[in-house]
Design a protein around this ligand. Structure first.
Ligand SMILES: C[S@@+](CC[C@H](N)C(=O)[O-])C[C@H]1O[C@@H](n2cnc3c(N)ncnc32)[C@H](O)[C@@H]1O
Length: 218
């Protein structure tokens, strides 16, 4: 196994990240030390998935280890698309879905966030946690996420941003050098893009080195 490399190469870091994000006690310490934020905020944010009515379509991109699936309620009747560029990551996400008893609602799809194989306006909720900072072109990915949302559909997620504090600059730099982080965008750039794409109720708030965002498609 490679130690470093891009996500599509499934480096050791990908398994380590996946394990940490699923283990609140140890992962929580790592998130506090590395990102200055509470991993519990991520767990809280994914609960929005569990409030959707049966038949809703969710796009989880990038799904990674499948942490957002802890928001799915067993028997909820969602059409949950778990999208990631890495097939090994999707394998881990499916294990998570089985462990949570929600695998009957989950369809794994290997795809690039910047080129989603989905029709326009077909998704009720896009969950994009800890993802934008990994993409080679975050703006293209955001445009795709908004494109597939139905009017009134919700985009919710989190990311590192270029302006989330000097204290987190070394982590950003190390991630970029290791090949796991992309160029990222600033908080202002994301908010402006969402407004340009016609989103409303745009919210972005910071917690340490992460920004949590939410917007509603028009
Ligand atoms: C830090 S993990 C985050 C995953 C998960 N949402 C979470 O919060 O734990 C980043 C994921 O982005 C995926 N990824 C990286 N570039 C991608 C791209 N262009 N399209 C889709 N997924 C990508 C990686 O394979 C990895 O699983």
């Amino acid at each position: 196994m490679r130690i470093l490399g891009g996500w599509h190469e499934d480096p050791l870091w990908a398994s380590v990240y996946g394990w940490l994000v699923e283990h609140r006690r140890v992962g929580g310490v790592a998130w506090r030390l590395g990102l200055g934020t509470d991993l519990g905020l991520l767990y809280d944010a994914v609960r929005e998935v569990g409030r959707l009515p049966a038949g809703s379509r969710v796009l989880d991109v990038p799904t990674g280890n499948g942490v957002a699936m802890r928001g799915i309620v067993p028997g909820q009747g969602l059409d949950y698309l778990a999208v990631d560029i890495s097939a090994p990551m999707l394998g881990r996400a499916l294990s998570t879905a089985r462990r949570l008893g929600v695998d009957d609602q989950v369809t794994p799809v290997v795809a690039d966030a910047g080129d989603l194989p989905l029709e326009d306006r077909t998704v009720d909720l896009v969950a994009s946690f800890t993802g934008l900072h990994c993409f080679p072109d975050p703006h293209r990915a955001v445009a795709e996420m908004v494109r597939v949302l139905r009017p009134g559909g919700v985009l919710t997620g989190s990311s590192m941003f270029t302006d989330t504090g000097l204290a987190h600059a070394p982590a950003r730099r190390m991630g970029t050098l290791a090949g796991v982080l992309g160029p990222m965008c600033s908080t202002r750039e994301l908010v402006d893009q969402l407004a340009r794409e016609g989103c409303r109720e745009i919210d972005l708030h910071l917690s340490g080195g992460l920004g949590y965002f939410r917007a509603v498609a028009s």
